[in-house]
Structure formats: structure tokens, C-alpha cells
Design a protein around this ligand. Structure first.
Ligand code: NI
Length: 196
């Protein structure tokens, strides 16, 4: 590994660790007692709205091998990169890509309307499912999946959202299996194929 790559790895680990610490603190401060976590501890009930304006719940994560990802359409780098990588991995699956569902949950529901999600995700793959909702609904699903998301004001106005970049791999029963590294589309496709 080159020094630059090693530095980048260490830097992102530090950022992740700080993010998790901040998130854990935020949860401790704000979370009300909730239902006990499901087996594996990740996931749980939620209500959101999809890119076609339909109300959906956690069953949208079941019946098919699913990649779950948290992001927002105004994201300058992480989200477009991840979605591009996921798209590349799915292309390598050929027709089997129909057996994988990609679900993108907005961590910026104030700006991400269903229509905006539909247009944004459609530029990658029209099969992708985009979910948004009220601030409370989105907070509930991010909490259930222990995803980190925090609004950060930008100099000169506006804001961005710091968020978890993990891609969650979920089985056909809607249970969390692992995170999936999609940076190498070939390897990600092989791991997905093993789960179909
Ligand atoms: Ni992003």
C-alpha cells in the first residue's frame, strides 16, 4: 500500500471513529427507549415513501437479496461514487441483477422528494428504489440500521450531510448479512452472486 493510500485509510478510519462516537453520543442524548433490536441487532420496522410516492415499510428489504445504502441526492462525492460502483457490480451480474434490489434511503428528506430521488437514481439504474419521508421517519430508519447522518452547515449558506457510506448486504428474509465493499465491482459481483 502506498503511503498516500495508507494515510487515506487511516484518515478515513479516524473520521469514521469520530463519526461513530458523535453518533453514539447523539443517540444516548436523544433516543427514547425503543423496541428491542431484532436478531443481529440491525434493522427493524419503518415507514417511508418510495420514489413513486408509495408508502412502504421494512418489507421493501425482504424477498430479494438487497443492498441498502444511506445517502442524499446533493452529495458531492460519496453517493455518486458508491452508486456508480454498485451499478458496475450489477452490470457484471447480467440478468441476475434482477434478483438484487438496491435501496437508497435519503438522509436529507428536507430536499429529497420522491420525484428528485426518482430522477437521481434513474440516472444510475431505473430499478433502484429511493426512500424518503419525514425527518422523524428517516431518523427512525437510520437509527434502526445504526447509520450515521448529520447535517452540517456550509460556509456561505446551505448545508451538506455527513453520512455513513457503508453498503449493507441484506438477505431475502430482510436480515443483515454484512457490509459489502463495492470498490472492486468484480469482487462485489462475486460476493453478490454467492448470495442469490
Ligand atoms: Ni453521500
Amino acid at each position: 500500500m502506498s503511503p498516500a493510500a495508507r494515510f487515506s485509510l487511516i484518515a478515513s478510519s479516524v473520521v469514521l471513529a469520530i463519526g461513530l462516537a458523535v453518533f453514539a453520543t447523539a443517540i444516548t442524548l436523544t433516543q427514547r427507549p425503543s423496541a428491542p433490536p431484532q436478531s443481529g441487532g440491525l434493522g427493524g420496522p419503518f415507514q417511508l415513501t418510495d420514489q413513486d410516492g408509495r408508502r412502504v415499510d421494512q418489507s421493501v428489504l425482504a424477498d430479494r437479496t438487497t443492498l441498502l445504502f444511506f445517502g442524499f441526492t446533493h452529495c458531492p462525492d460519496v453517493c455518486p461514487t458508491k452508486l456508480f460502483e454498485i451499478t458496475q457490480a450489477l452490470q457484471r451480474l447480467g440478468r441476475d441483477a434482477d434478483r438484487v434490489r438496491v435501496v437508497f434511503v435519503s438522509v436529507d428528506p428536507e430536499r429529497d422528494t420522491p420525484d428528485l430521488l426518482k430522477a437521481y437514481l434513474g440516472s444510475f439504474d431505473a430499478r433502484y428504489v429511493g426512500l424518503t419521508g419525514t425527518l422523524e421517519e428517516v431518523a427512525a430508519v437510520t437509527r434502526a440500521w445504526r447509520a450515521y447522518a448529520r447535517k452540517v452547515p456550509l460556509e456561505g449558506g446551505g448545508y451538506t450531510v455527513d453520512h455513513t457510506a457503508a453498503v449493507y448486504l441484506i438477505d431475502r428474509q430482510g436480515r443483515f448479512l454484512s457490509t459489502l465493499d463495492v470498490s472492486d465491482p468484480e469482487r462485489a459481483a462475486a460476493q453478490l452472486r454467492a448470495r442469490l
